[in-house]
Write a protein that binds this ligand. Structure first.
Ligand SMILES: [Ca+2]
Length: 396
């Protein structure tokens, strides 16, 4: 077996002397060329604990979560792109302007304005920037504010059937984002504190890596953690790992998270990730979602967030509480002398209140519920925890 592995390794190494990667040669396997397979085999053999990509620099496997059994793909394979949307081209804001790092003339010709807030939206595993929620969120923000909205597309790295491969790829995308933000900063003087990264699923950890590499970013929003919690039991993940492996509150000046689909057994929801963590309806399943609607809970974080931009009359206000059970027992019904913080886009970013916040939502659009209805409706949906113990996953 070792001889076979060595033979493959030698063949791949020799093939690197002629760069077939972009030639579509007979040696390519699918879209991956020999350079890719060299990295793969080298990592499988345990010989490569550091992988370097030209000006992006190197990625090591020092942290347990970064072990290179599935090494990250190269930037030439992931082909991360940044597309700017502003109000310049008018409603429905679907005309984008591609931006590339180091292309200064393209940047200066664009409608990017450094004196406006800049929002990056980063999709998750198996998605791309054309996903409905990405487009709806972009449109909602531009309808409400004059901002620069930049969609980050890393589809080639996100559509890996092997989830752990995509997990490795987010390190590369995060660094590319950090360098792109650095480029904006160098050439336009944009204020990093006016930059807001919004990530969904693995996209939120892309934002975490970006914030790690470019300190001083104003805000990162995590629109739920999904399979990386559900898959905890299956192997390396983000839950309970070092902060260098995941989004945490050190990655931006303000980090907020909306949890709507945490671990099925509730184990994942104990870990907070930001300055403010919101748990609508307890954080692990949502009213109106049936058990067979696999992505319903998953998608709700995004739709709550979009509604928070449109709905001026309801604030998605959460009450501080230590646990779902305490919330359901009406032990956390007010915010003392302070105003309960809003969940969503307009969550204020000062740190006067931080921690875990619970709230109830309606089961259909519009989802935002008035604060006084939390306990009554919550109990109606979940059952009264003082009379019967809560069972497993949800009420379905
Ligand atoms: Ca981090």
């Amino acid at each position: 077996m070792l001889v076979l592995r060595l033979t493959v390794f030698v063949i791949l190494t020799m093939s690197l002397s002629v760069d077939f990667v972009h030639a579509g040669s007979w040696f390519s396997v699918g879209e991956w060329g020999p350079r890719h397979w060299f990295r793969e085999v080298c990592a499988w053999l345990g010989w490569c604990n550091e992988i370097c990509f030209d000006d992006l620099g190197c990625f090591t496997d020092e942290l347990e979560c970064h072990k290179n059994f599935f090494p990250p793909m190269g930037p030439e394979e992931i082909v991360t792109s940044f597309t700017l949307f502003t109000r310049k081209h008018g409603y429905p804001y679907d005309v984008g302007e591609p931006l590339k790092r180091l292309n200064t003339s393209q940047l200066h010709r664009s409608s990017f304005r450094a004196n406006k807030k800049t929002v990056f939206i980063i999709h998750g595993w198996g998605e791309d920037r054309n996903k409905d929620w990405v487009q709806e969120l972009k449109k909602a923000i531009l309808e409400r504010e004059k901002t620069n909205v930049i969609l980050v597309d890393w589809q080639e790295g996100a559509d890996e059937l092997n989830y752990w491969k995509s997990v490795q790829n987010i390190r590369v995308v995060g660094r590319e984002m950090a360098m792109f933000i650095g480029f904006l900063y160098d050439y336009t003087g944009v204020d990093p504190s006016q930059i807001h990264l919004i990530g969904h699923s693995l996209g939120s950890h892309v934002a975490g890596y970006a914030g790690q590499d470019f300190p001083g970013i104003g805000r990162i929003t995590d629109l739920l953690r999904f399979l990386h919690l559900a898959l905890d039991a299956a192997g390396p993940s983000f839950e309970g790992t070092e902060e260098g492996c995941r989004l945490d509150k050190s990655d931006a000046m303000f980090v907020d998270a909306v949890h709507t689909d945490s671990a099925a057994n509730g184990a994942g929801i104990s870990q907070t990730i930001g300055h403010r963590d919101f748990y609508p309806n307890g954080g692990y399943s949502q009213p109106g979602c049936r058990w067979w609607q696999f992505i319903c809970d998953h998608a709700r974080a995004v739709y709550y967030y979009i509604e928070s931009i449109h709905n001026r009359n309801c604030g998605f206000r959460g009450v501080p509480c230590e646990s779902e059970d305490a919330f359901a027992k009406n032990l956390c019904s007010d915010c003392g002398n302070s105003t309960c913080p809003r969940m969503g886009y307009f969550s204020n970013t000062n740190h006067d209140s931080s921690g875990k916040f619970y709230l109830y939502t309606e089961s259909t659009f519009p989802y935002c519920a008035k604060r006084r209805r939390y306990s009554r409706l919550y109990r109606k949906w979940r059952g009264n925890p003082s009379k019967k113990p809560r069972k497993g996953i949800d009420a379905s």
